[in-house]
Design a binder for this molecule. Structure first.
Ligand SMILES: Nc1nc2c(ncn2[C@@H]2O[C@H](COP(=O)(O)OP(=O)(O)OP(=O)(O)O)[C@@H](O)[C@H]2O)c(=O)[nH]1
Ligand SMILES: [Mg+2]
Length: 440
């Protein structure tokens, strides 16, 4: 697993990808949980695996509410420390976000070389592993620093000898404790990352704006991690987006042009996946990437129909869409991976979701129906126009072919006659060429 290199070096290990760590997972079963604790822990195990840790033990506790000091009860905390010793575990991962003081208290209970982290830190870790673009890396660093800021105290109590940047004492003002200095540094770092992201964001929004004014219909693929968003994009556009059976394979959004069978071109954008208990720091830090969703004309909500938890996954995704204010954008639910369902399950799914689309990005089944639905959505705001475009304005004819739906076309004496369905964004462009000749 990676460490938060730019903030603090924790623990004795410099972990490279080929060194796998041994993890104990801890879940708390509370009344009214939306997600059964077992399946949440199964997902945590996959997250741990993706980050490079093998799960050596899983333990749960039933509680009416978390213990404010140690999250689990104090007896359970001792038991976890014992378990970590007997399993030679390197880390203990809690399935829920720990408060900074809970984390610090738990680190006091376990042996010194055992790390205590929570789901949020694990997700941040995977994001750090998978971020490739400059913007992606910055977004992850922002989330990491925001996560670490309130936790610096616990880390200092536990690792008093570790330092940020070294040279301590010579560089820092008198009377300031190391903690204050570190807080100041992290705060400064947060401000500077935000500034850099704002700059990148404004570049991106100019790019998006130019796409917007070009009037292309924009479709964003959103959904739970591992649902098959990248596979669907690859299937539709023959793109080569990384898709594999790990969580959060995609962090950076990819946009591809796609030609609908009617001829019109649209854009399709693959985006970062969501997960239950998605840390709010990440949602905020990934704002510029998530803007690809909020700026879309249509969202394809891709769902893994083979997951036993797909209902809960849908809700988790809808919650994030709400949070980023994308809930009013038209949305098509796409139940993917139907090749993994048997006949009965498939029929049941179709009966329960008659308005949604069932597809397989692997076999291509159902994709035609999906494309028709996209076509319908893309043309919903079209208006019929008849134009006569002079031969000197040939570019307009190609734009019409790429962006509008052509009903008929004739080469006449004064130019190209087109009868077509025109999206809102292009009406002004074609208005001066409205046909006044009688139709033949
Ligand atoms: N059987 C089957 N497997 C699929 C299908 N679509 C995707 N997969 C597999 O599901 C896994 C995840 O697919 P991705 O396309 O990476 O999923 P994603 O939604 O982009 O995931 P993240 O980027 O991690 O959020 C891969 O192993 C794919 O091969 C499908 O229709 N059928
Ligand atoms: Mg992906």
């Amino acid at each position: 697993m990676t460490e938060f290199h730019d903030v603090i070096q924790r623990g004795p290990k410099a972990v490279s990808e080929d060194v796998r760590e041994r993890a104990i997972l801890v879940g708390v079963d509370r009344p009214g949980l939306k997600w059964p604790v077992e399946s949440s822990l199964a997902e945590l195990e996959r997250l741990a695996d993706t980050a490079g840790a093998d799960t050596v033990a899983i333990t749960t506790q039933k509680l009416s509410s978390p213990n404010p000091r140690t999250f689990v009860g104090s007896g359970k905390a001792e038991e976890i420390a014992q378990l970590a010793r007997s399993c030679s575990a390197d880390l203990v991962i809690f399935d829920d976000e720990l408060s900074p003081s809970q984390q610090a208290n738990l680190e006091k209970v376990v042996d010194k070389d055992v790390k205590v982290i929570d789901r949020t830190a694990l997700i941040l870790d995977i994001f750090a592993l998978h971020a490739t673009s400059k913007e992606g890396r910055l977004q992850v660093r922002l989330a990491q620093n925001q996560y670490l800021y309130p936790r610096l105290r616990g880390m200092w109590a536990h690792l008093a000898s570790n330092r940020l940047g070294g040279g301590v004492g010579s560089r820092f003002g008198e009377g300031e404790s190391q903690l204050e200095v570190d807080r100041r540094m992290v705060r400064k770092r947060i401000t500077s990352i935000k500034r850099e992201l704002e700059h990148l964001g404004s570049v991106r929004s100019v790019q998006r704006e130019s796409r917007l004014t070009s009037g292309m219909f924009k479709v964003a693929l959103a959904g739970y991690t591992n649902a098959g968003k990248s596979s669907l994009l690859n299937h539709l556009t023959k793109a080569d987006v990384l898709s594999y059976d790990k969580l959060f394979a995609t962090l950076d959004s990819t946009t591809r042009r796609y030609k609908l069978p009617e001829g019109r071109e649209i854009t399709l954008t693959d985006t970062v996946g969501f997960i239950q208990k998605l840390p709010t720091t990440l949602v905020e830090a990934f704002k510029s990437t998530l803007d690809e969703i909020t700026g879309a004309d249509l969202i394809l909500h891709v769902i893994d129909s083979s997951s036993p938890e797909y209902d809960a996954q849908i809700l988790a995704v809808e919650e994030v869409l709400d949070q980023i204010k994308a809930h009013e954008i038209p949305c098509i639910r796409v139940f993917n991976k139907i090749d993994l369902l048997d006949g009965d399950n498939r029929a049941g799914l179709a009966a329960r979701h008659p308005h949604d689309v069932l597809v397989s990005s692997l076999t291509g089944e159902g994709i035609d129906t999906l494309v028709k639905r996209i076509e319908l959505a893309a043309s919903s705001a079209d208006a019929a126009m008849e134009v006569l475009i002079p031969y000197s304005k040939g570019k307009l004819v190609s734009i019409a072919h790429e962006r509008c739906r052509i009903i008929s076309e004739e080469h006449r004496e004064k130019g190209t006659y087109l009868s077509m369905m025109v999206p809102q964004a292009y009406r002004d462009m074609f208005e001066p060429y409205r046909n006044s000749e009688p139709t033949s």
